[in-house]
Write a protein that binds this ligand. Structure first.
Ligand code: ADP
Ligand code: MG
Length: 694
């Protein structure tokens, strides 16, 4: 791509240091930034309305001669009234606060074109603070005018001191300067197939269209710009994926049939989705090239057994597995599960956290025992831990780990690159998966294991509390346990914490003096937190009051009732995650959303479905991509123009086309792909690599 696009915006005629600084506030540092700074709206200023036919309340463009000028001093302020006339009538232009240049601007008999909202006033119609331009030339009885009138005019998002007229001038100059250097990035055939305009046409049309664009739907020019953004991203992701796929890794063929031994001893049979996920994983592991797979599935979908299946394959092939869990409690829980399932398949399993008993044995096994599985926390990637023959890294709940941490574990092996298998229990809509995980192989476990009891979800109000407390007593009487969730909102964390603590006091002392009520919140030290959670698991508490810290992974099958206070403060996906803490046993479970007086429509979906993917779609629709991801995944590549919701079809198309192109020209080496390749490299690659720690 030519250097012109990457030149600082000062390169544009008429942009000095001061203006450049203002523009940078709008994110415009280079000429390219300017091109992508699209108008937020347009105004049709093609038609001039005679002054005699102006209607109050309408937007109008008018042309007339100055017939009166009335400056007024109000203290230190200057007001200004200017009357324009044409043969049919007149209008008053009005400024509350006139700066000196303005006071000198209007001279009797000069002609102006003016645009603005027409309003009624005691002295006839007026336009306050209009956009205006002096007319010095007439052609065929019409004023010869510029960028700001007589055409469809772009309206940009402004900032203090940076006005429409300036922005338009900058934009026109930026386009003028860069267009000759703007090379078409899409292969010709693709452009024809897509029936979209060229890049040059697109930028011109978007900034200075001939016709008023339809505000409902993005026009061809915008589609073209969006498509390119998506296409470049998908190519970048595709290239990284290829890079993984070409990287050598151990061939794990499981000659010992350890997987079979594991499956034979399972107390249940796998669901079809589990079988499918395990099947492709098995194939990946046998290929001799690095696997990079993400298993996406709702809480309770049964992802663990699939990952343990992969661990069994590694073990049966004489390789070690490192299984990383986000918390100590989860590591212990997985350790118990793994032990009970893998023991019978003769796979040695160890636990390595910062503090556990048996840590020494684990460290020894890591150094010496070639077919062991080590389950642990961050402790797994301490400096001193050196795996003898690491073949597989499993990252449970991957979104809880930083990229660097994942990367560190991958570098732990003394014998080449291990395979990587990750899980996530935050279902995300397909469109987002295409961007966030476009470089990974995805397995989706959508079906729940058979025999799962549905979780009944109801919305109750504050006035229902007595009834609710009654219900809690009954649940506890049956020997089951209850969660009460208090969501914390960051800015008012202290306050909420107070209410969680207060709730704890009230429930333990006033409402249920003879029950045991525990409290856990994010401000506790993590050891204390974990202690409380394990004690709850050991049934030492009947009720656990918690902030949202229990969101991930904790498995207490005996908890059958969850009450969520202030559910309206949480995103739907988060509510869904929380709800997944119950319904893990054989008993009927219930989730109660204790909403404020009004019930927002969006909460109702929680009562209607338990499908995390459906809920995620809805959540994304309501909150938009930024917020949807904000709480759980930073680093989503931001799009300048593209909108994942509005442009989902284009994204899908971009993905398909990117795959096609990479198949035909895997490294984008062909001459005709040189420009797009440069774009991919300059725009996304680094960013994505950082995101993935790859
Ligand atoms: P998650 O996907 O949230 O990690 P887990 O792997 O912890 O879910 O599984 C949740 C529970 O479901 C576990 O107790 C597990 O033993 C059980 N489970 C997993 N697969 C099946 C199955 N196919 N049939 C019955 N129960 C299953
Ligand atoms: Mg899990």
């Amino acid at each position: 791509m030519s250097d012109v696009l990457n030149s600082p915006i000062q390169f544009v005629r008429g942009v000095g240091p001061k203006l450049a600084k203002l523009l940078s506030k709008k994110g415009i540092a280079t000429i390219e930034d300017a091109l992508y700074f699209l108008p937020r709206d347009y105004e049709d200023r093609r038609r001039l309305t005679p002054l005699g036919s102006l209607k109050p309340g309408s937007f109008a463009v008018v042309f007339g001669k100055v017939s009166r000028v009335k400056p007024q001093r109000m203290g230190r302020k200057h007001r200004l009234e200017v009357v324009l006339s044409d043969p049919s009538g007149e209008i008053t232009l009005f400024w509350f606060h006139a700066y000196p240049a303005l006071l000198e601007e209007f001279q009797l008999e000069n002609s102006y074109v003016v645009a603005g909202e027409v309003r009624p006033s005691t002295r006839g119609l007026q336009i306050a603070h209009p956009e205006f331009e002096k007319v010095t030339e007439m052609r065929n009885g019409k004023p010869v005018i510029s960028l700001n009138f007589g055409r469809v005019v772009p309206i940009y998002s402004e900032t203090e001191g940076l006005h429409q007229k300036t922005l338009r001038k900058v934009m026109r100059e930026a386009i003028h300067t860069s267009l000759p250097h703007l090379q078409e990035s899409l292969p010709e055939k693709l452009l024809t197939d897509l029936e979209l305009p060229s890049l040059r046409q697109s930028f011109t049309k978007v900034h200075f269209p001939d016709e008023l664009p339809n505000s409902e739907e993005p026009n061809e020019a915008i589609k073209r710009i969006v498509f390119e953004e998506f296409f470049v991203l998908e190519l970048g992701l595709g290239l990284i994926k290829q890079k993984h796929q070409r990287e050598k890794a151990p061939i794990l063929k499981d000659p010992e049939n350890t997987l079979e031994a594991l499956l034979k001893n399972l107390p249940f049979s796998l669901t079809d989705d589990q079988k499918e996920a395990l099947g492709v994983t098995q194939k990946d592991l046998a290929r001799g090239f690095s696997m990079c797979r993400l298993i996406q599935g709702d809480v309770g979908a049964g992802k663990t057994v699939v990952t343990l299946g992969a661990a069994a394959i590694a073990s049966g092939s004489g390789y070690q597995t490192a299984f990383m869990a986000p918390t100590e409690v989860l590591a212990q829980q997985h350790y118990r599960t793994a032990k009970s399932l893998l023991d019978s398949a003769q796979v040695p399993v160890y636990l390595l956290t910062h503090s556990n008993e048996g840590k020494k044995e684990a460290l020894e096994a890591i150094q010496n025992q070639e077919n062991c599985v080590v389950i642990g926390t961050h402790a797994l990637f301490q400096e001193s831990v050196k795996f003898k023959k690491l073949g597989l890294v499993i990252v449970d709940e991957q979104h809880r780990f930083g990229v660097e941490q994942r990367g560190l574990l991958l570098k732990k092996s003394a014998s080449g690159k291990p395979h990587l298998l990750m899980t996530t229990a935050t279902p995300i809509p397909r469109t987002l998966a295409l961007t966030l995980y476009g470089d990974l192989d995805l397995s989706i476990i959508r079906q729940k294991p058979k025999g799962r009891k549905p979780i009944r979800t109801r919305i109750l109000r504050d006035k229902d509390r007595p009834r609710l407390y009654q219900q809690i007593s009954e649940v506890v009487k049956k020997g089951q346990q209850v969660y009460v969730i208090y969501p914390l909102v960051e800015e008012s964390e202290k306050l909420e914490l107070k209410s969680a603590t207060e709730m704890h006091r009230k429930l333990s002392q006033e409402v249920f003096p003879d029950l045991k009520v525990g409290l856990v919140h994010g401000r506790m030290k993590s050891e204390d937190k974990e202690t409380i959670l394990s004690r709850f698991k050991e049934k030492e508490f009947n009720i656990l009051i918690s902030t949202t810290v229990i969101e991930v992974g904790i498995d207490v099958p005996n908890a059958t009732l969850m009450i969520i206070e202030h559910p309206e403060r949480l995103g739907l996906s988060q509510l869904h995650q929380l709800r997944g803490r119950v319904g893990r046993g054989t008993e009927e479970s219930e989730c109660i959303l204790l909403a404020d007086a009004y019930v927002t429509e969006r909460l109702r979906i929680m009562t209607k479905t338990e499908d995390g993917f459906v809920i995620a779609e809805e959540d994304l629709r309501i909150r938009g991509p930024g917020e949807f991801l904000g709480t759980r995944q930073s680093g989503l590549p931001g799009f300048r123009v593209g909108n994942l919701l509005r442009d989902a079809d284009l994204l899908q198309r971009a993905k398909t086309e990117a795959d096609k192109l990479l198949k035909e020209d895997p490294c984008l080496k062909k001459q005709e792909h040189a420009i797009i390749r440069q774009l991919v490299e300059s725009r996304w690659k680094q960013k994505i690599e950082r995101l993935r720690g790859g």
